[in-house]
Ligand binder design. Structure first.
Ligand SMILES: Cc1cc2nc3c(=O)[nH]c(=O)nc-3n(C[C@H](O)[C@H](O)[C@H](O)COP(=O)(O)O)c2cc1C
Length: 365
């Protein structure tokens, strides 16, 4: 059976697949533009989006803000009129300015998680840009939707549910993951029922999208069967020619086995799922001694320079085990041994580097 289109307000994606935003430097214009051109929704990550620009080391924040439009324009130039947007993490340094820059650049959609995007409607204002929070529980969905309705008399244009099998930072505590995997389908059904209340209240359709561990058509059918209108997939797109990451990053996925993917500690305060390497080994070996120290702590991996990636209230240099930006940048700047290589549970299933079109051809039939 043909997959249904995904409608978000006046926007229509031929294929109900959103490519999840992947920072730093994994989903930029090439991947997002190709996904959009092939009928899905392409998402660029704003996390240190300007890292390849000359001025980045000198003025990271300004360079990132300026690069948002440049990257989106580039993606648009070959997206064949497809839908493009950004993933902006609430924990980001100068979150408000980053969101405003994506709106000014002309983003079709903004997907925002890693925190509760409470003021997102205010930042987007009357712009046509569609907004979606990322939630991992009905509790978070309730909080955000209630707050948006009360404060801004508006609701989400769509909702992304991120489950515990996802890559990157997770919205679950490390010791809750196994239980969350078992209970996620029930949580999805509850979130959909809750979102329905807001569909009625605002007299509009609010598509719910599921993310985390979605790989093939049977996964998509499963979540559509629960009542979702589409899925968000990230890890699978790393195994494409168009993925913006360098080849040595992709090689790590080609070589990984199921036993090589684990949770790791992150300065963001959330667990992250990543591929084992020298970096994760260093962190795992150093974490007990690190936790035993009193502030100011000596980080497990020395920090060269703050690149202002996270809000300072969330990232205190005196108490972080390593710098998340340095670790993520290493992974895309040819130091994959000492880089943080985020991956969903399915990362080991990347056995070849294919194309976005081939993935869509496979899942769309
Ligand atoms: C390498 C990588 C980087 C990611 N970076 C981000 C990010 O910057 N912001 C975010 O909200 N989610 C991020 N994610 C999560 C994805 O957007 C997505 O929701 C999730 O990985 C979906 O699960 P899947 O990878 O199993 O398909 C990242 C995931 C990966 C694998």
């Amino acid at each position: 059976m043909k997959l249904p289109e995904l409608k978000i307000g006046e926007l229509t994606a031929k294929i109900p697949v959103i490519q999840g935003g992947m920072g730093i430097g994994i989903s930029l214009n090439r991947l997002a533009g190709t996904v959009a051109a092939e009928g899905g929704i392409g998402i660029l990550s704003t996390a240190q989006i300007g890292f390849q620009e000359d001025k980045f080391q000198r003025a990271s924040v300004r360079t990132n803000l300026q690069t948002i439009k440049k990257q989106l324009d580039k993606a648009r130039s070959f997206a064949k009129g497809g839908i493009l947007g950004f993933n902006v993490m609430v924990a980001s340094f100068r979150y408000d300015d980053v969101v405003r820059a994506t709106v000014e650049a002309g983003a079709d959609v903004i997907i925002s998680g890693a925190g509760l995007p409470m003021n997102l409607p205010d930042l987007v204002g009357d712009a046509k840009t569609k907004i979606a929070p990322i939630v991992s529980s009905v509790k978070a969905a309730k909080l955000i939707l209630r707050n948006w309705a009360k404060k801004y008399n508006r609701t989400a244009d769509f909702v992304v549910i991120e489950g515990p099998k996802a890559g990157g930072h997770l919205g679950f505590k490390a010791d809750q993951i196994d239980e969350a995997i078992l209970g996620m389908d029930d949580e999805v059904v509850k979130i959909i029922a809750h979102v329905k209340e807001y569909e009625e209240k605002f007299n509009m359709k609010i598509p719910v999208i599921f993310a985390g561990g979605v790989w093939d058509r049977s996964d998509i059918d499963h979540y559509m069967g629960l009542g979702c209108s589409g899925v968000q997939m990230a890890t699978r797109f790393i195994g494409t020619q168009e993925c913006d990451a360098p080849d040595d990053f992709k090689d790590r996925f080609l070589k990984a086995t199921e036993d090589d993917i684990h949770l790791t500690t992150s300065p963001v305060g959330l667990p992250g799922r990543a591929i084992d390497n020298k970096f994760t080994e260093t962190i795992t070996n150093g974490v007990a001694a690190y936790k035993a120290q009193e502030a100011p702590k000596t980080p497990i991996i020395p920090i060269a320079k703050c690149l202002n990636c996270l809000q300072h209230k969330l990232c205190d240099r005196k108490t972080i085990p390593y710098c998340i930006s340095e670790a993520l940048l290493n992974s895309v700047e040819h130091n994959t041994d000492m880089g943080l290589i985020f991956s969903g549970t399915n990362g080991y299933r990347i056995n070849e580097i294919t194309t976005v079109k081939a993935i869509f051809d496979e899942i769309a039939v």
